[in-house]
Design a protein around this ligand. Structure first.
Ligand SMILES: CC(=O)N[C@H]1[C@@H](OP(=O)(O)O)O[C@H](CO)[C@@H](O)[C@@H]1O
Ligand SMILES: [Mg+2]
Length: 508
């Protein structure tokens, strides 16, 4: 018995630590949360640092729930520990102690280490997740870890707080996050609007998927001030259900606005997912056609802005964009052929994109679904902004770029920070959403999912763009695709759901 319910694992259930941690129907999964509390405590002892535990349904329905561990610098759990997490979650109740001993021995975890700080436990969004959080706390306490429940936060806020905490700022809290990003945004807008007679401040309406992001975005907007940014929060959780007919995943996959949203042509609309680590924009054109500005378009906006300012500042850094197979073919064409920006493609899952981004001096990575951020070091930009050998114009561009990157949450894709970053660029360029979506036109595309008996028989290669097994599948896809100009299609087993995903795009 644990305070969150029962920690007994039911027989014949197997779970695995996938692209977004463990995920499943919340009731009956308490044992997973309990065991992850234990694992977090062990990792904390090993790393001598606080470890984050995020409990969230992310972009999924409220009855789903998940748990993911966050490493000390705010990065995703090291891949070598994912298999330990899976093993620990799947042993029978009788084998639990033995499995823990094995982990302790194989990882050489100093159990007697009392110098470590704490495990940080978090709950997102909705009351019904409290039980799972309690199970995590019980598990961590079983190893004597000091736990700190930060209450409701977005996933990126937890990553941020954890990174600051382990960086030595032990007083860091949620307010610190708002102050940091509100002042970064205001600093850039100050510089940007200096050059303008009438800065545009038209409203942006944000669908918060009835998740935790609604209250958090409201706080952030208050710290910035309505005279600087006009944010209208939609789907704040007062009436609707988490991610139901709303949120970034719904809008992206269905290619339609959240239910009930009244849209006007060329106004700006955005959607978060439930834990606010995904952001997408959308609008209507003059014929009221729905126009999506997804992760690919945000990445293109960020990368071209960064590249232009690097050029103006005469700074020679290697800039790259990281995409997955889901990136629209025309976004890839635009970036490579028209913009001459280096591109890399990785398998689905933010950890792969993040890892690849670190191989560039400045790496912009986004999944088409709106999860993404920029990785960089401010070292060169700081130096350039004050370099007496550079012209005033060059120093100004370097300063602007530095101020822009201050708005970015490097630890993970952050819907709130990315929203501010998009808004800042549009302001600087004096662009409406119209100029932005016209940078390239997406190939029409569809994403579907298919239930099969065993999705694991499908194996893919070439960053998931080709099927290797079963061997007759890829030739069949090729034959279909060949009939359509600019056609491209691929299938892959989902890492988070028991389905095979199918993607297709073509000229029409
Ligand atoms: C097509 C798609 O959007 N896939 C998502 C989804 O993964 P799947 O492996 O496709 O289920 O969830 C992941 C975790 O949130 C996210 O990283 C990924 O991009
Ligand atoms: Mg999410």
């Amino acid at each position: 018995k644990i305070s969150g319910g029962s920690c007994q694992k039911p027989d014949n259930v197997r779970v695995s630590y996938g692209t977004a941690g463990f995920r499943g129907n919340a009731s009956g999964m308490e044992y997973v949360f309990f065991r992850m509390g234990m694992l977090a405590a062990l990792r904390s002892k090993l790393k001598e640092a606080a470890i984050g535990v995020m409990v969230t349904a992310s972009h999924n329905p409220e009855h789903d729930n998940g748990v993911k561990l966050i490493d000390p610098q705010g990065e995703m759990l090291a891949q070598s520990w994912e298999s330990l997490a899976t093993a620990l979650a799947n042993v029978t109740n009788d084998q639990l102690i033995e499995q823990l001993k094995q982990i302790i021995d194989s990882q050489k975890i100093p159990l007697s280490n009392t110098s470590f700080k704490e495990v940080v436990a978090l709950v997102e969004g909705i009351e019904s997740h409290k039980k799972q959080v309690m199970a995590v706390l019980d598990g961590a306490s079983a190893f004597g870890a000091t736990c700190h429940d930060h209450g409701l936060l977005t996933t990126p806020q937890l990553h941020y707080i954890l990174a600051c905490y382990n960086g030595g700022d032990i007083k860091v809290d949620e307010e610190h996050y708002y102050q940091n990003y509100a002042s970064a945004f205001k600093a850039l807008l100050n510089v940007v609007s200096l050059c303008k007679l009438n800065p545009v401040t038209s409203p942006v309406t944000v669908d918060c998927a009835n998740g935790v992001g609604a209250a958090k975005l409201t706080k952030l907007a208050e710290r910035i001030g309505a005279n600087i940014i006009d944010i209208v929060v939609y789907n704040d959780g007062q009436s609707g259900k988490l991610n139901e007919n709303c949120g970034a995943d719904y809008v992206k996959v269905q290619q339609r606005a959240p239910a009930g949203l009244n849209m006007e042509p060329f106004h700006r609309y955005a959607s978060f997912d439930g834990d606010a680590d995904r952001l997408i924009y959308y609008t209507l054109d003059s014929d009221c056609n729905f126009i999506l500005l997804d992760g690919d378009k945000i990445a293109a906006l960020f990368a071209t802005y960064i590249r232009d300012n690097l050029k103006k500042a005469s700074i020679n850094l290697r800039l790259g964009i990281i995409q997955t197979a889901y990136a629209n073919g025309n976004s890839t064409n635009f970036l490579i052929n028209q913009q001459n920006i280096e591109i890399a493609c990785t398998p689905t899952g933010v950890k792969y994109l993040h890892e690849k981004a670190l191989t560039f001096d400045i790496g912009v990575y986004f999944e088409a679904n709106g999860h993404g951020t920029v990785s960089f070091s401010l070292f060169y930009l700081n130096a350039a902004a004050f370099d007496p050998n550079k012209s005033a114009e060059e120093r100004f561009a370097a300063k602007k770029l530095k101020l822009f990157l201050d708005i970015i949450n490097q630890t993970v894709g952050d819907a709130m920070c990315d929203l501010l970053a998009v808004e800042a660029i549009l302001q600087d360029k004096n662009w409406s959403v119209k100029e932005w979506y016209r940078i390239y036109t997406e190939l029409p595309n569809r994403q579907a999912k298919v239930q099969v008996a065993d999705r694991r028989i499908i194996e893919t290669g070439d960053a998931e763009r080709k099927v290797i097994l079963p061997s007759m599948l890829q030739p069949a896809i090729d034959e279909l695709v060949r009939k359509y100009p600019s056609g491209r299609s691929f299938v892959r087993p989902s890492g988070t759901e028991d389905v095979v995903r199918v993607y297709a795009e073509a000229n029409t």
